[in-house]
Design a protein. Sequence first.
Length: 129
Amino acid sequence: MRETKFRAWDTENQLMVYDSNDTLCDVVMNLNGSLWCPDSYYMGCEKNYILMQYTGLQDKNGKEIWEVDIVRTLGLMDNIVGKVQFSSRIGWQIHPPDWATDLGYSLYEVRAFTEVIGDIYSNPELLEK
């Protein structure tokens, strides 16, 4: 069974919050992906956090691969850099920034050649040409 985990980008403090990291923020991430903030129960903390899901896969170095991570493939015919996103057609995929929205590499198939180099919130410059 695939492990279900979530993380969130804190838009106010510009940092990544993991469900096991209670020192950065009082955010509880439930298994269904919803957020609950004890100090802002009526204010709707969803406006301050962007939720991301773990793909259940690791890169060639054993690092977890998350939705919207920026990854680089090495050792393939095409060395590419792209963000990780979900496609209903092929599942988790690597999507290069200059490709059409419905195209990408299957992350499952190329994960052994892939390394995480950042994410779109902390390192957006990695996707710029």
